[in-house]
Design a protein around this ligand. Sequence first.
Ligand SMILES: *Cc1c(COP(=O)(O)O)cnc(C)c1O
Length: 355
Amino acid sequence: MINVTKPYLPERKKLDKYIDRIYDTVWLTNNGPLVKELTERLKEYLAVKHLLLVSNGTLALQIAYHALEITGKAITTPFSFVATTSSLVWEGIEPIFADIDPETFCLHSGEVEKAVTPDTEAIVPVHVFGGTCDVEAIGKIAIDQGLKTIYDASHAFGVKYKGKGILKYGDAATLSFHATKLYHTIEGGAIIFKNEDDYERAKLLINFGIDGPDSIVGLGINGKMNEFQAAMGLAVLDDIDLIMEKRAEVWNYYEEKLKDHFQLQKRIPGCSNNYAYFPIVFENEETLLKAKGKLNSNGINPRRYFYPSLDSVEYIKGANMKNSRDISRRILCLPFSTYISEEKQQKIIRNLLSV
Ligand SMILES: *Cc1c(COP(=O)(O)O)cnc(C)c1O
């Protein structure tokens, strides 16, 4: 079976080196030494200042909304993993959809501008598949209209825009370190804040609002990353250059063989590739389903990321987003991991092109 993804596992010896430290100190969670070390190393790798590790990428979004005190309406994209929108609904924030650009699959800045009303408080765009949003246009709208911006950067680990880390855009940017993501801590996530005050507030939020042995200063929740998650994170980070090198090879091979046959995601000028996903767009849904059926019957499992378009999900009920619905019906993500061999890629490509 060739699945859409296969989580990266570092060598046991490398992981054990970190886990031995947990056994030595018997410090399992609550901002332990490995979480502190991972925080410092990620700050350096991602070139960011205020980075807070949390237990998963969905909580990262929820904590970010709280820290920035978003309560009303937020403009977001219907073309994403459901957590981008469901986290808003869960927090009592009303998601207002704006349509995507049919080439970059990210929020269209003109559509965002049109969707702004007097009770809009925030914009929650997604750097989908690691392709960056038009951060300059969105940043301008946010300033002009007095809105907060929280980027769901779950797919954008390591992406650079004009040579600088993409995570510096927005009042906050969130990452998911779920096992299926490019970089992972089994489950986990992070929030990168622009302002130190917001970061300090979020630090309290993830620890029940407790700021000392006998002091509770406000409402909070449990959003902490534990030491075993951090151990995996450190071991995977040790291998990150190898991971990126291998993923670039896989990505480039797919591109070379498929670029003349399918629509591929367009990246805005200045946006680097982190080789997170390989989505292809078919001419219509019928050919997609035919190809998917053929791949499935040969033991290959691509996934319809992202389908359905979130504006069509029952409990959300948004206005009909034409581009998002169209792309989500025609897009398929091909199996992609550090473990995939060229031989397997050839098999996938052969099956795709013979439909
Ligand atoms: C994976 C993902 C999330 C959720 O992250 P978890 O760590 O699984 O909670 C949120 N948004 C996007 C775009 C994602 O791909």
